[in-house]
Design a protein around this ligand. Structure first.
Ligand SMILES: [Fe+2]
Ligand SMILES: [Fe+2]
Length: 480
């Protein structure tokens, strides 16, 4: 979250907001933060984006910043049960929610009466408009025209932010899974603002997020070839098991898929051979993420249908690197490796962060999702990047949280999967995979939440890599 707060501080400076105003805004924002984190981050984004739009329109960005930051402060008065509900709202709930613009107005009318009246009207431009009755205005008609205009623009920014950032919670937006579809929904629901919407997209104020996106990079084709050495081979084997992403999947039935995955993972494994050579030479984790990118390039270059998941690459890279640097002969306690891998992430460089982002961009391109936004946080190492990203994420999204916590909390779930492999006989492979899944899904944090099956598959696959590296027999599935 700190990144949004940093951006807000920058905006305060840029707009020369004086100290007392800043104190009032922060005082209120702290209350919102404590009450409901989702409303808090939404408020900051609406404030920041509102100020951008205002500058674009040559109107007063300070008013928009103020109004955007506090437009939903009236929600402080809504009880948690209703405010944090995701679905199943009843009439009574709606009535309570509908009170928030008037409450927001009451909170701020003494500090900034103009912004207060803008805020009062931010839900008056939608199909079911509220509040129906407005408190008497303290402004003259000519100013009221301006207030109406400002509130219309604020409500557009409010709508836009909900459309972009509210995930899977709002029926209105459930099909908005691409940038194009989002724009279409925005236009359909705000037909009176279509010219402005198009201009904002053209200007890059809508459609780009509030963070700097990295420029797309030109890909250099890598034609190096070499035969997998032991680390490469283990990665290849582990990655080829990736399609087992459901406990009930029959390996025999999926032989074709499996073959494709093996073909793909053979190419990916070469990057890990390069990584091994690099680490043996440098003895330092700085620069290792270029091999993550290389693995993704190879993923793209080999034209097979199977695909090694980018998340699996992200999980295995620090584990493999720690393995090579800390215990290349697989003689020490393998469980200490997880802690070593975590420490190693802190020793990576700023450039590694860039490679990581480039790898993700590439992965999205392969999957036809290249328009997805990427956040570039100004951090010094990959560990801090995961931390920042975790702080930024939607706290309802259990899979993202589980993903990043592997890196920040010592690969907990991968460790669990590894334990199951260590205990297993090769004959029991499928059974043990099923048990690993169950163990992960039974975790207190994930129970009754929709943890992505494919993510669990990645945990298990990374566990399988370590198992292969630490088991003498190097067998995962016995020959029948
Ligand atoms: Fe609102
Ligand atoms: Fe809002």
């Amino acid at each position: 979250m700190a990144i949004l707060e940093e951006l807000l501080d920058k905006k305060f400076q840029e707009l020369e907001i004086n100290e007392s105003q800043k104190d009032i805004l922060k005082f209120y924002l702290d209350f919102i933060k404590e009450k409901d984190y989702t409303t808090y981050s939404h408020s900051i984004r609406v404030g920041l984006l509102g100020a951008e739009v205002a500058s674009f329109l040559d109107t007063n960005p300070n008013v928009f910043l103020y109004a955007g930051l506090l437009h939903d402060i009236g929600k402080l008065d809504i009880e948690d049960e209703v405010l944090k509900k995701k679905f199943g709202f009843n009439e009574e709930d709606y009535e309570k929610i509908k009170e928030h613009p008037v409450q927001s107005y009451n909170y701020i009318k003494h500090f900034n009466p103009f912004a207060a009246e803008v805020v009062l009207r931010h839900h008056r431009h939608q199909e079911i408009a509220y509040p129906e009755i407005l408190p008497e205005s303290m402004f003259q008609n000519s100013t009221k025209v301006l207030i109406a205009y400002y509130s219309r623009v604020l409500s557009l920014v409010d709508y836009y932010d909900a459309l972009i950032n509210r995930r899977n919670k709002d029926d209105r937006f459930k099909d908005a899974n691409t940038k194009e579809k989002k724009k279409k929904i925005l236009l359909e629901n705000n037909p009176d603002q279509s010219t402005l919407i198009n201009h904002l997209y053209e200007a890059g104020i809508f459609g780009n997020g509030i963070f700097n996106s990295l420029d797309r990079i030109k890909i250099e084709e890598d034609k190096r070839l070499c035969f997998p050495e032991i680390e490469g081979k283990n990665i290849m084997l582990a990655a080829s098991l990736e399609p087992i992403y459901r406990p009930d999947m029959d390996l025999e039935d999926n032989k074709k898929t499996l073959e494709k995955f093996i073909a793909k993972s053979t190419s990916v494994s070469r990057a890990f051979v390069h990584l091994t050579k690099f680490l043996n030479k440098t003895k330092s984790p700085k620069g290792i993420y270029q091999y993550l990118y290389e693995a993704q390039l190879k993923n793209e270059m080999e034209k097979h249908d199977g695909e090694v998941s980018p998340s699996l690459l992200e999980f295995t890279l620090p584990l493999v690197a720690a393995h090579i640097l800390y215990d290349p002969k697989s003689e020490k306690n393998p469980f200490l490796l997880f802690e070593k891998a975590r420490e190693l992430l802190k020793e990576t460089s700023e450039q590694d962060v860039e490679w990581l982002i480039k790898m993700r961009q590439k992965a999205n391109k392969i999957r036809g999702k290249e328009k997805y936004r990427f956040y570039f946080f100004p951090v010094n190492n990959v560990y801090d990047y995961y931390l920042k990203e975790l702080a930024e994420c939607d706290f309802e999204d259990i899979s993202t949280i589980a993903y990043n916590r592997q890196f920040t909390e010592g690969f907990k779930d991968i460790r669990l999967a590894f334990r199951y492999f260590q205990r297993s006989n090769p004959e029991d492979f499928i059974k043990k995979v099923v048990r690993s899944y169950n163990a992960i899904f039974q975790r207190k944090n994930y129970k009754d939440k929709n943890l992505d099956y494919r993510l669990a598959a990645d945990f298990i696959t990374a566990g399988a890599y370590l198992h292969l590296s630490y088991k003498k027999e190097k067998v995962l599935i016995s020959k029948k």
